[in-house]
Design a protein around this ligand. Structure first.
Ligand code: ZN
Length: 428
């Protein structure tokens, strides 16, 4: 009679069930697997094993439940068409592991669901909770997915075990998480809410069954418009999506996952939102893009691309650009605790002269400068500006606030002595 296996726990990886079976029987792996499959098994995937039917039988569950509930299969097919996912499911359920094409297909699915993952991971709080509930711990699918660095349930940094993915792929004579002694990982420099978003979305994808959109591209275009990534003439600002996505995650993090953004206009996020691009893209890229849109600030961001030649004086879009530039520069100064001035900010943006001569055409920029002047990063904060000395040098900050907000026309004559007035002396 074939040997039976333990019943899988919720979200337990198939390989983890085999590992617990070997620990319980105290048999060598080769003999144990031969007793289950009736023949020698090598290269049995921890994440998506061959001969699902035989394995499911030993676990006393249906093959479908094993495939969808205890392998990385749902995550790997999460963003392909429904028809293609069904075809893959049928192949995986029928697979016996002798067909070379099937083995390559299986390897591709595993690769898609373990991209950038080095070793098995676990959450210390989940281990404690599993021991309380089941008397032992196990390897969860949701902790081992790409881009997942925190527990989707507890928000804690995951621990990286000493079981590498290569090792897990060929040896089941390893330990379950409670016998691991790793410290929690140092988290990547990505906002905690973003890391949590990646973990929650990934966990929901691996738990999901047959709930897909057939075509993600129109969805992403809608997300892009909803979050304000539209170009001046109504197209999706795809390069800006890529730039903002890179800024949110940081290129180190993206590179670590094999999803770096090198040339924004030709990069994967731009292609994913651009109409007419042919995929497929890895599930991880979909997860990164969806999490980006979920965290992108809503509101209008009209991007106008500057044509070559003379710069057109489109004051409305220039005002939007300048206002955004001011906010970004001020945020950067705040991050490093540096004081700055209006002149310095506007000179850095290369538009000080344009702005000074046509202030009334830049209402958004003026509003952004006013917000800056009320902030702690302003060297001349509003409300505590020292009295101007009679005949003394005007300050750059007073120049901006006066005409636009207080109507003190007298300062105008002093603020435009020459376009070359240097920030250093201006701010002194
Ligand atoms: Zn946990």
């Amino acid at each position: 009679m074939p040997r039976s296996l333990p019943t899988p726990y919720p979200d337990e990886l198939a390989g983890s069930v085999l590992m617990r079976g070997i620990i319980r029987c105290a048999l060598p792996q080769k003999r144990f697997l031969k007793e289950i499959f009736g023949k020698r098994m090598s290269n049995l995937s921890f994440f998506l094993p061959a001969n699902i039917s035989c394995l499911a039988n030993a676990m006393r569950i249906s093959p479908e439940r094993l495939l969808w509930g205890h392998t990385i299969f749902p995550y790997a097919v999460s963003h392909i068409s429904v028809a293609a996912a069904h075809e893959q499911a049928n192949r995986s359920l029928a697979r016996w592991g002798t067909n070379g094409a099937d083995a390559r297909c299986s390897a591709a699915l595993v690769q898609a669901a373990t991209q950038g993952v080095q070793s098995l991971r676990y959450c210390q709080q989940c281990v404690a909770s599993d021991i309380r509930r089941f008397g032992e711990s196990y390897w969860h699918r949701a902790h081992t997915l790409p881009g997942v660095y925190v527990c989707h349930k507890h928000g804690l940094a995951l621990c990286e075990s000493d079981i590498s993915l290569v090792q897990a792929a060929r040896s089941y004579e390893c330990d379950i998480p409670q016998y691991q002694s790793s410290a929690p990982n140092q988290l990547p420099e990505v906002p905690a809410s973003v890391l949590q978003g990646l973990a929650v979305l990934s966990a929901s994808l691996v738990r999901r069954r047959q709930d897909w959109h057939d075509d993600w591209q129109p969805q992403y275009q809608l997300f892009a418009y909803a979050t304000g990534f539209s170009a001046k003439w109504g197209e999706v600002a795809s390069s800006q999506v890529a730039k903002h996505l890179e800024a949110m995650y940081g290129n180190d993090f993206l590179r670590r996952l094999g999803c770096q953004v090198d040339r924004p206009s030709h990069s994967w996020p731009a292609l994913m939102v651009r109409p007419g691009t042919v995929g497929p893209f890895s599930p991880l890229k979909h997860v990164l893009l969806r999490t980006f849109f979920a965290h992108a600030t809503h509101g209008p961001k009209t991007f106008s691309y500057r044509p070559s030649g003379k710069i057109p004086r489109d004051y409305a879009s220039l005002d939007v650009q300048l206002a955004e530039g001011v906010s970004e520069l001020v945020a950067a100064a705040e991050r490093v605790g540096r004081l700055t001035t209006v002149t310095e900010v506007m000179t850095s943006l290369g538009r000080w002269s344009t702005y000074r001569h046509d202030r009334s055409k830049f209402p958004l920029t003026t509003a952004a400068l006013l917000r800056f002047r009320s902030s702690e990063s302003s060297e001349r904060k509003l409300g505590r500006r020292p009295r101007r000395k009679a005949g003394g040098a005007d300050t750059a900050t007073s120049k901006v606030s006066n005409p636009s907000l207080r109507g003190e026309r007298h300062s105008t004559s002093r603020e435009t002595p020459s376009p070359t007035c240097a920030p250093a002396t201006d701010d002194a």
